[in-house]
Design a protein around this ligand. Structure first.
Ligand SMILES: C[S@@+](CC[C@H](N)C(=O)[O-])C[C@H]1O[C@@H](n2cnc3c(N)ncnc32)[C@H](O)[C@@H]1O
Length: 240
């Protein structure tokens, strides 16, 4: 899962003992060689599903990291593309990686729990970051994204179906989350990263309460589970 250029176990352990922000600062130079960077096949599936809904004017990547979401936003947005993240290290990598070719994205350092934008975007996306927010933080996060969008603007992100209890992934995620809870009970600052705190039903309720109309699209590229439900969906939350 990690390439030879990726971080070693010791580096990952040091990262996990830091705050989220500091942890990503440390990981930033090697982040693109880890499985935590959203794979292109996911980005391309989302771009394909969004294309018929566009074009859009201005796009925002929420928790942009090293800028994976630019691959989705740049071809869909006629205006500018902005990435927002609180890790200066991740933003430095993003800036360096997206220097060449096409109009340069704007990189903004901010905590997205206090989103610093108002009615500036028509499309917001987010990839691979929701595990960093406690359920109680979701209403504030969604309200901030809504505020950042113009009326009628779209907030889109992929969400995977939870693995069945019979699968190894189910137990791996449950074990990871338990280890994180123990770590956070005994050590400060907390490192908030959980795999099972972003269930579709509760997320949909929070989006609707924040003032979005929510629709779901299956991402066909990832197939279906034995019960026929999609393995991955695109959440399309439109600012009402
Ligand atoms: C797993 S990385 C995902 C990066 C990128 N979206 C991708 O898919 O490759 C999570 C990112 O979320 C950012 N992040 C976590 N909590 C944040 C917060 N409260 N405000 C801003 N950024 C945050 C981290 O700094 C990190 O860059």
């Amino acid at each position: 899962m990690f390439s030879s250029e990726g971080p070693g176990l010791r580096e990952l352990a040091v990262q996990a003992l830091s705050s989220v922000e500091r942890g990503y600062d440390l990981l930033a130079p090697r982040f693109d060689h880890t499985p935590f960077r959203t794979p292109d096949r996911f980005l391309d599936a989302v771009a394909g599903a969004l294309a018929p809904l566009g074009p859009f004017q201005d796009g925002l990547d929420v928790c942009c990291g090293t800028g994976a979401g630019v691959r989705v936003l740049a071809p869909l947005c006629r205006g500018g593309v902005t990435g927002v993240d609180f890790s200066a290290g991740m933003l430095a990598q993003a800036r360096a990686a997206h220097r060449a070719g096409g109009p340069a994205p704007r990189w903004v350092r901010a905590d997205v729990r206090s989103m610093p934008f108002a009615a500036g975007f028509d499309l917001a996306v987010s990839f691979g970051a929701f595990g960093h927010f406690l359920p109680a933080e979701r209403p504030g996060l969604f309200a901030g994204v809504r505020r950042a969008l113009r009326p009628g603007g779209l907030f889109a992100f992929p969400i995977g179906a939870p693995p069945p209890v019979t699968s190894a992934w189910y137990w791996a995620f449950a074990g990871f989350d338990t280890a994180m809870r123990v770590r956070n009970a005994v050590r400060r600052p907390p490192f908030v990263m959980y795999y099972r705190t972003f269930p579709l039903g509760a997320v949909r309720d929070d989006l609707e309460r924040a003032g979005f109309d929510v629709a779901l699209r299956p991402l066909a590229e990832f197939g279906r589970r034995p019960d026929g439900s999609p393995r991955a969906r695109l959440v399309l939350a439109r600012r009402t």
